[in-house]
Design a protein around this ligand. Structure first.
Ligand SMILES: Cc1cc2nc3c(=O)[nH]c(=O)nc-3n(C[C@H](O)[C@H](O)[C@H](O)COP(=O)(O)OP(=O)(O)OC[C@H]3O[C@@H](n4cnc5c(N)ncnc54)[C@H](O)[C@@H]3O)c2cc1C
Length: 518
């Protein structure tokens, strides 16, 4: 019997398999296709994904195929800047740049190749999930292959089988519609030179249009222009009322639309396809032993490039919890915190993307002018996030000490002696304390009551991190912080590190009423 069967080896399934494989669980990955989907869909990801790739041990492979970029720029109907979410000169507290552009088939390929190092992970290509039967503690999967139907038994299933998830449908889980659906044309090209932009006003001096995701909120044709990795460039253009998908994908039409951006620049169009951008979220993320993750659980309009990122966060959340249960640190109820933690998080980012989508997709010139003024006023009054990183909220409830400062936020990753922190401190749980006495008290507690935990104890007063964690603690009005395996802060404490550890034990042993803390 497998510990986990992952259905679908897109980016989300492949990262899940790497994380669970690294933790030593016995994993089966079923993928109906032989090769990764060959055309790019996602092009943007953020620092948190880089940290997950770092923890999965694939960062050196994927990094070579990324473009480190400079954020987002929204241009109004008058071709003046409305909103600049640039990252140039801003701090990089998490160890990576905020925004990277990449080519999805390359990323998927790297993640699949990395699975070869794990004898405990079996990837079956050309194997299609067909149906399942559950008991209280296991799932029997029926799998279609070219040579017939086979069955496999597993403790848990993670359904990463994409937007039209057969697993979700077989469990009759409904999708809640967040009321956004717009048709867009997506054009990918290889471009040997700079993209030509119309004249924009108010572009900040440090902003380089070639390095930014530019959202041109022109009511005549809302358009995003994105710098992919290498010479890959992406245009996303809204279809106007009455425009027909098929005719918009014709080569002549595509050239008419992107031609002005490519005047005289050598290029090759790779593909043009229309998509419906949705805001959808599954009503239930767990049914028995089966968990939905990635596009199977939610779909996001791509205005901040977060759709796949949500899915990677989902499986990072599930992976550490499944591993903790397997290690005997907690029981199955720990997995009930999956939706409690992830659903509000995803919902918040989807609603920011839907809100942005609503203002981006305005086609009425008068309303577009009013929109420009409103967005500029909000930016001036600091009512909108300054960088895309600020769109990502803290976890509100679940396995976090909600009553403590900074609980649920993503923890920083400073450099220690010039090396990224997670490479220097590799333990699943990272406890940072202030002073030798506190470190000793924490070690004594862990040796006595938490010896099964892979937990590091670091005295920040002797840490060569340029004082980053000490400053972080000062801001949190705390002298210790406990970081979860997925790099979110469990909680902080002031003069009470034993209380913090006791509280974690309570959560892991499910002595905490989650509904109450929600
Ligand atoms: C135009 C566009 C732009 C986007 N831009 C971004 C962006 O910039 N940033 C971002 O983060 N996201 C973006 N996204 C979203 C991103 O592409 C998806 O969120 C991501 O691909 C979802 O990954 P997944 O692994 O959940 O699903 P998928 O990538 O759809 O993978 C599902 C896998 O499951 C397999 N499968 C399906 N059914 C079965 C079955 N029955 N049995 C076995 N295998 C099965 C499929 O073959 C596939 O390999 C964009 C999407 C689009 C369409």
């Amino acid at each position: 019997m497998f510990d986990v069967a992952i259905i679908g080896c897109g980016p989300v399934g492949a990262l899940a398999a790497n994380l669970l494989g690294k933790s030593g669980l016995k994993v089966l990955v079923l993928e109906k296709e032989i090769n990764p989907f060959p055309l790019p869909r996602a092009v943007h990801l953020d620092h948190e994904m880089m940290r997950l790739f770092q923890s999965a041990g694939v960062i050196n492979d994927v990094l070579n195929d990324m473009r480190d970029t400079q954020g987002h720029l929204h241009i109004g109907a008058d071709y003046g800047v409305m909103r600049y979410m640039g990252t140039v000169g801003k701090p990089r507290p998490y160890g990576w740049s905020n925004d990277y552009f990449f080519y999805q088939p390359e990323l998927e390929n790297h993640l699949r190749q990395a699975l070869k190092q794990y004898p405990n992970v079996e990837l079956r290509l050309g194997s299609e999930f067909d149906s399942l039967i559950q008991t209280d503690s296991s799932v029997m999967l029926n799998i279609k292959t070219s040579s017939g139907v086979t069955s496999e038994k597993t403790r848990w299933v993670i359904a990463c089988d994409g937007a039209s998830s057969k697993v979700r449908k077989s469990l009759t889980i409904k999708l809640e519609d967040l009321q956004f659906e717009e048709p867009w044309l997506v054009v990918d090209a290889e471009v040997d030179g700079d993209v030509q932009f119309p004249k924009f006003t108010g572009v900040p001096e440090e902003a380089d249009l070639q390095q930014l995701s530019v959202m041109l909120c022109d009511p005549k044709r809302p358009t995003t222009i994105v710098p992919g990795r290498g010479n890959h460039r992406r245009w996303e253009m809204m279809l106007l009322p009455g425009e027909n998908d098929q005719s918009m994908m014709q080569p002549d039409k595509v050239l008419e639309l992107v031609g002005p951006y490519l005047n005289g620049v050598p290029h090759k169009i790779i593909r043009a396809a229309t998509y419906r951008f949705h805001g959808l979220i599954a009503e239930q993320w767990r049914l028995g032993q089966v968990f939905l993750a990635g596009d199977a659980a939610h779909q996001t309009p791509p205005f901040f490039g977060q759709g796949m990122c949500h899915g990677l966060r989902d499986v990072a959340n599930l992976a550490w919890k499944m591993s903790a249960i397997k290690q005997g640190l907690s029981d199955e109820a720990l997995l009930d915190t999956y939706q409690i933690e992830r659903d509000p998080h995803v919902r918040s980012v989807i609603s920011s993307a839907v809100d942005a989508g609503k203002y981006i997709c305005i086609l009425d010139p008068q309303k577009a002018t009013e929109r420009d003024a409103t967005v500029r006023r909000k930016v001036a009054q600091n009512e909108l996030p300054n960088t895309a990183a600020e769109l990502i909220p803290a976890i509100q409830s679940g396995v976090i000490a909600t009553e403590t400062t900074k609980a649920g936020v993503r923890f920083i990753q400073p450099h220690i002696n010039g090396h990224l922190m997670d490479n220097q401190i590799e333990a699943d749980w990272k406890l940072f304390v202030t002073g030798e006495k506190a470190a000793q008290a924490a070690k004594t507690f862990i040796d006595k009551d938490m010896s099964d935990y892979d937990m590091s104890v670091t005295d920040v007063t002797t840490l060569e991190d340029g004082g980053s964690i000490l400053s972080w603690l000062k801001e949190a009005e705390a002298d210790s912080v406990l970081v979860r395996p997925d790099f979110y802060v469990y909680g902080t404490a002031l003069n009470d590190v034993s209380g913090l550890l006791t509280s974690l034990l309570g959560h892991m042993q499910m002595n905490v009423n989650l509904e109450k803390s929600a």
